[in-house]
Write a protein that binds this ligand. Structure first.
Ligand SMILES: C[S@@+](CC[C@H](N)C(=O)[O-])C[C@H]1O[C@@H](n2cnc3c(N)ncnc32)[C@H](O)[C@@H]1O
Length: 243
């Protein structure tokens, strides 16, 4: 039986939203998240200064803000924000009139984000329910787009990058921490909706990730900071929207 692509994509996405929703609802985040954040390069002192559960709810694959200059960033968008570690760090470092828009597919994650934001002490963090592949945000609104371990969960990478390019202002930047696979994933894994729950189903090769960003019109694309993230590799992807 052939499964229509749109139906399959909806099924995968519903499963991702359910899985992350349940995780957030039950506060069932993986043990050792704070240690993983430190191992990923988040400064220990910065983590210790945050409201206590935030680092323990980290599910990313790298230190998203490493060496990121926030000068002139007034609107930052965190895509697939989860429980809000990066959104919170952003809000604490941005200019006083800045705003963080933190978006997630799972409304239950946004409940955790709001808890984090309430105690954070930085610029306002606005929770936005939505899908990276169809962002409910205006064209050209973002100076900076951050995405930590979320582009790999999108079903249509081309749609995801097209949306990122659309919401960036000319000259705006994308900084993503994501996962890549050396070569194609085995077909049975790529087609198994359950594999997407473990973040693996949507992982593409470095070339495909680079190609999707380029096809969306982004420039200065750089993939760096390779780190083993068994059975795949974690990377940093940087790109910009042309001025
Ligand atoms: C692996 S977690 C990373 C969370 C967070 N960025 C962090 O570093 O802790 C991925 C997050 O992306 C969200 N997500 C997955 N697919 C999405 C999509 N298409 N649109 C928006 N959010 C999505 C999930 O609900 C989940 O909260």
């Amino acid at each position: 039986m052939t499964v229509p692509v749109a139906y399959w994509a909806d099924q995968v996405k519903a499963q991702i939203a359910r899985r992350y929703g349940q995780l957030a609802d039950a506060d069932g985040f993986r043990a050792g998240a704070s240690t993983r954040a430190r191992d990923a390069g988040y400064p220990a002192a910065g983590l210790a200064a945050l409201p206590s559960p935030v680092a323990a709810r980290y599910s990313g694959c790298g230190y998203a803000l490493e060496d990121i200059d926030l000068t002139g960033v007034r609107i930052a968008v965190d895509l697939g924000c989860g429980a809000g570690l990066d959104a919170l760090l952003l809000s604490q470092r941005m200019v006083p009139d800045g705003t963080v828009l933190a978006l997630d597919l799972a409304p239950e994650m946004l409940v955790r984000l709001r808890e984090a934001a309430a105690d954070g002490g930085g610029v306002p963090i606005r929770a936005v329910a939505g899908d990276i592949e169809r962002l409910p945000l205006k064209d050209g609104i973002a100076d900076l787009v951050l995405a930590n371990a979320s582009i790999n969960l999108t079903v249509d990478k081309q749609a995801a990058f097209a949306e990122i390019a659309r919401i960036l202002r000319p000259g705006g930047r994308l900084v993503a921490r994501d996962l890549v696979h050396d070569g194609a994933l085995p077909t049975d894994l790529a087609l198994d909706p359950a594999a997407w729950n473990t973040s693996l189903g949507g992982v593409v090769s470095e070339d495909e990730l680079h190609g999707a960003a380029r096809a969306a019109g982004l420039v200065d694309i750089r993939i760096s900071h390779h780190r083993p993230f068994p059975p795949v590799t974690a990377v940093r992807l940087e790109a910009a929207k042309p001025c």
